[in-house]
Design a binder for this molecule. Sequence first.
Ligand code: ADP
Ligand code: MG
Length: 323
Amino acid sequence: NSVVNKIAAGEVIERPASVVKELIENSIDSGALRVEVDIGAGGSEYIRVTDDGGGIHADDILLAVTTHATSKIRTADDLFQISTLGFRGEALASIAEVSQLKIRSRIPDSDVGSELVVNLGERGDVVPCGCAAGTCIEIRQLFANTPVRRKFLKSDATEFGHISEQFTRIALARSHVHMVLRHNDKIVYELPATDRLIDRLEMFYGTAISEQLISIDHQLGEMRLWGYVGHPAVNKATRKWQHLFLNGRWFQDRSIQHALSEAYRGLIMVQRHPICFLFLELNPADVDVNVHPTKVEVRFQDPQSIYRLMLSSLRNRFLGMDL
Ligand code: ADP
Ligand code: MG
């Protein structure tokens, strides 16, 4: 099992940013409205994610670090109706295999929390502890027993850059969650909760960003596409500014990127990689998100209808703008 976990860790946990992504996603899945992320030395010293979500029951803490013991999927049918960010039940087990992982958690109904330390796969005892309602998970000595992976880590600044990117992707998709990111005890982002995406975009990219964007909101049957794309006359042509979300999860898709570029074709300023912050909402049954361990790629049941939705929503919007 330890070998299996180590292999799984290799697939899911590539670098500190992968740990950060998995931990924040778990916090979001637990219903947290406040998530704080603390990073020491690009994640090589420590990674700590603290949330005010539903917590983990003392009886379930060991399960949380057991491979494939997810609390989020109960039946095979659930796999086709995924509404949580996690569902594979391997992230914590994988992380615990290649680091020292400490969980402290308390469900709101309980007076006392519980704590568990797993050291490179060796589990300690679950002990009671005092802690705030919610969960705090701290990772130290990441990749201590996988020296090759440890050796391939880049500078603290580079690793933190990747962490910041993962944090940003989730923060854009969950503007109703108050999120904080600190590096070496210094605040990098402090994002109050808001119900408007544009507010959060301004927190990340400055108030000038709103002048460069136009809003999209298009419904077609069960599908909805909404968010912002770059104004055709404003040229910020880099993939760094392309953010696509499927049912609240950041993802990548060549075909959709193609549709996006197509929509801009022939307009005054040809943008090869137009900016976008677009949210696609579909019936979860119409898409398979379980094709890739880190879930960055998905498989649509009807990719052509997504392509057309993308192209026509943007084209229609541009037509109405008299460019
Ligand atoms: P998955 O998210 O795919 O279910 P993980 O390995 O990421 O698997 O987490 C295992 C389980 O631990 C989750 O299903 C959940 O029950 C529990 N868990 C992990 N993190 C938290 C958290 N921050 N708050 C509440 N429960 C958590
Ligand atoms: Mg998870």
